[in-house]
Structures are given as C-alpha cells and as structure tokens.
Design a protein around this ligand. Structure first.
Ligand SMILES: Cc1cc2nc3c(=O)[nH]c(=O)nc-3n(C[C@H](O)[C@H](O)[C@H](O)COP(=O)(O)OP(=O)(O)OC[C@H]3O[C@@H](n4cnc5c(N)ncnc54)[C@H](O)[C@@H]3O)c2cc1C
Length: 395
C-alpha cells in the first residue's frame, strides 16, 4: 500500500492545476483513468484570454476571436465586437500536457481508475493508497462525488466535430476571428449550437441539448455541408449548466472542478472555473500550512470561500440562465427578426456589466441584456483577490 499526503482523482485541468500547485509543498499523487492525457477530448476549449494570466499559465492556443455572432437559422443575427481578439480556443489535450509538464515532484499515474474512496484510502484495480487528503477532480460524471457530496447538477449533452466546410452561408463564420452561436429551437430546444473556426478552413462544429442530441447534430452537419475528413470523429460529453452543492468538503475529502459545480451556468464553461477552484484549495492549503494550521483548517477555509463567494453566484446565474432560455423559447423568432444585423461593441469579456447597461440603454430590448449574459458572464471571483480573502478568514 502506498502512502501520500494528497491523492488527486482525475487529471483534467482542475486536478492537474491543483497537483501542480500543491506539489510545491506536499507529496502528491494524481490518478487518471485514461491512458493518455486529455484523450478522448470532449471540450470546445473556449476561454477568456485575460483569465489565463492571473492563473499564471500560458497553455497552447489554437485560435483567438474578436467577434461573437448570435444567429438563428433564418440569418437574423446580433454581433458582439470585443474590439480585440479577447477569446481563445485552447488546445485541450495541449492544456493538460502543459500542466502535466509543470507537475514538479507530483506523481502522475495514467490508466488507473479510482473505484473506491473511503476511510483514508482509495482503491484502484491494482493498488491501494492511503492519504491525508483526497481531492476529487473527476469531471461531470461524478461517479465518486455522488456518494460523498450528494447533489444533482442540471446538465445537457454536447457533441461536436472538427470538420471542413466550404459552404458560404450565414451560419458560417465570416472570418477566422468570428464565433457563430446558433440559437434556434429547430436545432436545439434548450441550448444552442456553435461553429468556431480553428483556422481559415477548419471548424469546430457542435450542438448541445437535453434530448435527441445526435439527431440534431447530424442535421446541423447537413445544413453547413460538413465535409468528411480523416479526422471526422465526433467528441463531447456531459456539460454541467447549473446547480451547486451545499458543501465541497466532506471529512478529509474535497471536490473541485465540474464535479463540484464550478462552471459558468450560461455556457457550461468550466475550464477557468475548475482551475480557479483548484487555486482556491491550493492557496487555502499553503496559507494554512504557513500559519501552522491543520489540513482540516485548510479544508474549512476552502469550503467557507466556496459557500461565501461562489455557491450563491453560481445558483443565481443558473436561475438566470433558465429564465433566459425560457425567454428565448417564447420570443426568439420575433426578437431575432427585430434585431437583424445589430452590432454591439464590448469592452471586456469578463466584466461586462457596463457593456450590458450601455447596450441596454441604446437598444431597449430586454432580450439584448439576456443575450449578453449568454456570452459574457460575471467573473465569479478574481484570482488576484484569493490570498486576501483567505487572510481575512484566517484572521
Ligand atoms: C461539448 C463540450 C464543450 C465544452 N466547451 C467548453 C468551452 O468552450 N469552454 C469551457 O470553459 N468549458 C467547456 N466545456 C466544459 C469543460 O470541458 C469542463 O468544465 C472542464 O473540462 C472541467 O475540468 P475538470 O478537470 O473539472 O474535469 P475533466 O476535464 O472532465 O477532467 C476529469 C478527469 O478525471 C478523469 N476521471 C474521472 N473519473 C475518474 C476516476 N474514477 N479515476 C481516475 N480518473 C478519473 C477523467 O478521465 C478526466 O480526465 C465543455 C464541455 C463539453 C462536454
């Protein structure tokens, strides 16, 4: 039986970021069920470019974007202009490899699924490991989490593919720096579809919904005349879009990332939020150690930060997202028609409150505020303030 200070379950961005941070002060082992990091991929990889710096990382980027055009199948559209390439598509297996390269003294064990976690030890098919602290970073499937911190997230299923298309239509990006988001109930009843250029010729085309996703996705591929290529292999998975547990700590086990509901509910974006949850936990640990406090104290700090600064906002955004989608269901056609061709400047991808207010005062449709919320959610917590918040709690 092995002995570790910290066992991390799952080598997605949340688990790897945490292991990278904690390995500076503790003995960490990280288990990943897949044999290769980041494979199979599931994610579009879109993040706000400015969110990477405060996390202290510069992972490989496939492309960057200045415009987000929201459209329906009839070509009625609204374009948001970020006035610079403010959004990035990360290379998802590339992000995992980048973080793994910085693991320092942490041990990464690939191809080893954790099947049980209890009473201070974890089990995989071939080994057992005792730990002082276990971190679940297993993503949206939550097989282990649901026995430890029971909660039920709202979710949709997303499927996408990297493909070429040479068709010229309103559904295709007009340039390599434009993301197209398709809101149309004929395609996705409760969510949306997307066409994101990887470069000038290749696109990541996807769709998410709560039912019949494959049929709708196939229809989308037909509409945009996706061309068969060697790599025509769909990928995707469960996208958490709402809900939040009451706690993210139980005994000496903590949950981070998708498994703890650290996502932006309107878009299901969890790459940055997952690493942010890892940073909250790692900073809680290192601050507690510096003050001579115990692991339990550190976990208490992490849980308190979550309850105080994250949980309420995620729940509120989840409700707002639900209302938005109801609103869209009722009036999408009319509003899209009346908004045809509207273009709006956006100052900052993360902090969009000003932009919403400016846009709303110029365009008196309540819908525009809602649409803004889809692509621009409030930053839930600023990484540069984490240490200050922890110090306040310790004091
Ligand atoms: C179709 C789709 C599109 C998306 N697009 C975006 C986007 O554009 N932007 C964005 O920010 N987010 C997006 N997301 C969400 C994003 O992928 C997740 O929020 C993010 O990956 C969460 O990171 P994580 O580390 O918490 O979990 P994951 O990335 O899911 O990593 C969890 C890891 O744990 C491993 N694991 C699970 N169980 C075990 C076990 N028992 N033992 C060992 N290992 C285990 C898994 O194999 C996996 O490698 C998208 C998701 C989907 C499905």
């Amino acid at each position: 039986m092995g002995v570790s200070d910290v066992v991390v379950i799952g080598a997605g961005p949340s688990g790897l970021y945490l292991a990278r941070e904690l390995s500076r002060v503790m003995n960490v082992v990280i288990f990943e069920e897949d044999k290769m990091l980041g494979i199979p991929p599931h994610c579009t990889g879109l993040v706000n470019l400015d969110s990477l710096k405060p996390l202290g990382i510069s992972p490989p980027i496939i492309n960057t974007y200045r415009y987000v055009r929201i459209t329906d199948l009839n070509g009625n559209s609204i374009t948001f202009d970020f006035r610079r390439r403010a959004i990035a598509m990360l290379d998802r297996p590339g992000l995992e490899h980048y973080l793994a390269d910085e693991l320092g003294s942490a041990t990464l064990v690939l191809g080893e699924r954790v099947t049980e976690i209890s009473g201070g030890f974890i089990k995989t098919r071939s080994r057992q490991e005792t730990y002082n602290l276990a971190i679940i970073a297993e993503g949206a499937n939550m097989a282990l989490t649901r026995n430890i911190i029971p909660w039920r997230p709202t979710h949709v299923y997303g499927v996408q593919i990297d493909t070429k298309s040479f068709t010229i239509s309103e559904l295709m990006p007009r340039s390599d720096d434009e993301i197209v988001v398709i809101f149309d109930r004929k395609l996705s009843e409760h969510y949306f579809a997307w066409v994101v250029p990887r470069d000038f010729h290749e696109f990541r085309v996807g769709l998410a919904d709560d039912a019949n996703v494959w049929v709708k996705f196939t229809e989308l591929l037909k509409i945009i005349k996706a061309e068969k290529t060697e790599q025509l292999r769909p990928f995707g998975g469960k996208i958490v879009i709402g809900g939040s547990p009451n706690h993210v700590v139980a005994g000496n086990i903590a949950v981070i990332g998708d498994a703890g509901g650290f996502v932006k509910p309107m878009t299901g974006g969890g790459i940055i939020m997952g690493m942010l949850s890892a940073k909250l936990l790692a900073d809680s640990m290192s601050n507690a150690m510096r003050e001579g406090l115990s692991i339990s104290d550190a976990l208490f700090i992490y849980d308190t930060l979550f309850r105080k600064y994250i949980r309420g906002k995620v729940r509120a955004l989840g409700s707002a997202s639900y209302i938005l989608h109801m609103l869209i269901n009722r009036s999408l056609g009319d509003v899209m028609q009346s908004m045809g061709g509207v273009s709006v400047d956006v100052d900052d991808y993360d902090n969009h409150v000003d932009a919403i207010l400016r846009a709303a005062s110029r365009r008196p449709w309540s819908f525009i505020r809602a649409v803004f919320s889809v692509i621009n959610e409030l930053s839930l917590i600023d990484p540069s303030t984490i240490s200050k918040l922890i110090r306040e709690l310790i004091e």
